[in-house]
Design a protein around this ligand. Structure first.
Ligand SMILES: Cc1ncc(COP(=O)(O)O)c(C=O)c1O
Length: 427
């Protein structure tokens, strides 16, 4: 097995044999190449890919238009420590479609953009604290990497929740201004703001909780956050690193009709290349331009990333975003196929979310709406299900989230649903 051989050799030089800890949990596979909806490993196995690089490759792998744009750009140079006209073109494209984007700053990763958002929110309000929600992920830096995994707290217990650090070596001091609440519970936010609103600079939320399930906001929840932020002078940040340019041209903010003050984007709009953005109100974002708030990065707006972003957005924005309807329809076909198979085999397998990003889990709960309700699902059954799909050539993310691309075909849908049926039939 060449993948196993690779792993043995890699472990001698690369800790754990992987370069992102998220990959430690996945079965070790070493890939040779990828095209469209398919991944190929060193042993010649083909997989229909629903991990999509953890979301980014929304046009599929190696999409010709993006690859060509990047190749053409390579001959122009890489980095100028200065500006290039293409970065304005990318900023204009982003601003044209993101409702909250009066200004746009471009960076490389979602983690960095989240930090920039929190920093500028603190500067704008003169307050130190922020609220994040249990089960949500906003990157791997110390102040936000809390209460994302591990045991759930009781939402009816004491709030804010005690901070659960997520890694050895994490600076406790970095979390002193982090306040963690249960998601989808407006009352919890209202109570905390009533008690300490004058210390809270920002509320940061994934508008759809995609890092724990693919949980939709309850009716009125995002609007309620908007109103509470307005009441207490708090900056509302939507972390659209997953939902941006995946749930539609205007992201979750457009889909749910709620405009945050700031929002972070990465993943899908880069088509698989490293590029990220922070978009928001001029009044707040101009603090970067005035030089009073620092946002830096040697590789920010390098030409390859910018060219990939423009080429991807050109495809995604064509025909008023027609590709999003195609992606959603493909995903909805898979979702309903999985639901039918679950019914046929009497499995308590639920499918949550949207066509472009959905989640499968085994639960008897009538509603899964926050981290605590998510944690009541059967994790062991989930793992068996995911592990059984892989040898059949179906590769969702290990945690049970499925990303759908424009490259997935009707044949992919049929093969995927047949594989799910086979796994559920076996019990
Ligand atoms: C919602 C959200 N925010 C931030 C991040 C961090 O982005 P990156 O991995 O590009 O640093 C992620 C990554 O999965 C994410 O899902």
């Amino acid at each position: 097995m060449q993948s196993e051989d690779y792993e043995r050799k890699a472990r001698k030089f690369i800790p754990g044999g992987v370069n992102s800890n998220v990959r430690l949990a996945a079965p070790t596979i070493c890939f040779s190449h990828a095209r469209g909806s398919k991944l190929y490993d060193l042993d010649g196995n083909e997989y229909i890919d629903y991990a999509l690089g953890m979301g980014p490759t929304i046009l599929g792998h190696a999409p010709p238009s993006v690859i060509q744009a990047v190749q053409e750009t390579l001959s122009l140079g890489q980095l100028f420590a200065g500006q290039h006209p293409l970065e304005l073109e990318l900023a204009e494209l982003l601003a044209a479609h993101i409702p909250s984007a009066e200004r746009v700053r471009i960076g490389l990763t979602g983690s960095e953009m989240v930090q920039a958002a929190l920093r500028v929110a603190r500067a704008h309000t003169g307050r130190p604290g922020f609220i994040k929600f249990e089960g949500q992920y906003h990157g791997w830096f110390d102040n936000v990497l809390v209460n994302h995994s591990g045991p759930a707290n009781d939402p009816a217990g004491e709030l804010p929740f005690p901070i659960h650090l997520q890694t050895a070596g994490q600076a406790v001091s970095a979390t002193t201004d982090t306040h963690v609440l249960p998601w989808n519970d407006l009352g919890a936010v209202a109570r905390l703001l009533a008690a300490r609103g004058d210390q809270i600079a920002a509320i940061i939320t994934e508008p759809v909780m995609c890092n724990t399930g693919a949980l939709a906001p309850r009716d009125g929840y995002l609007q309620g956050l908007r109103e509470l932020c307005d009441q207490y002078g708090v900056v509302l940040i939507f972390d659209e690193v997953i939902t941006g340019f995946r749930l539609g041209l205007s992201g979750a903010q457009g889909k749910f009709g709620v405009t945050p003050d700031l929002s972070t984007f990465a993943k899908a709009f880069g088509g698989g290349f490293p590029v990220a953005a922070l978009a928001g109100k001029a009044e707040i974002m101009d603090l970067f331009g005035a030089g009073s708030v620092n946002h830096s990065g040697t590789y920010n707006s390098n030409l390859v990333s910018i060219a990939a972003g423009i080429a991807t957005l050109r495809e995604l924005t064509a025909d008023d975003g027609a590709l999003f309807s195609k992606i959603a329809a493909t995903g909805e076909d898979i979702m309903s196929g999985i639901r039918d198979a679950a019914r046929r085999h009497g499995a308590n397998l639920k499918v949550l979310g949207f066509g472009a990003v959905f989640h499968t889990l085994f639960t008897d709960a009538p509603e899964t709406y926050d981290y605590a309700s998510y944690k009541r699902a059967d994790a062991a059954r989930q793992k068996r299900f995911m592990d059984a799909l892989l040898p059949l050539g179906i590769r969702p993310t290990g945690r049970g989230t499925w990303f759908v691309s424009a490259a997935h075909s009707g044949e992919d849908v049929d093969r995927t649903v047949a594989a799910v049926d086979q796994v559920l039939r076996a019990g």
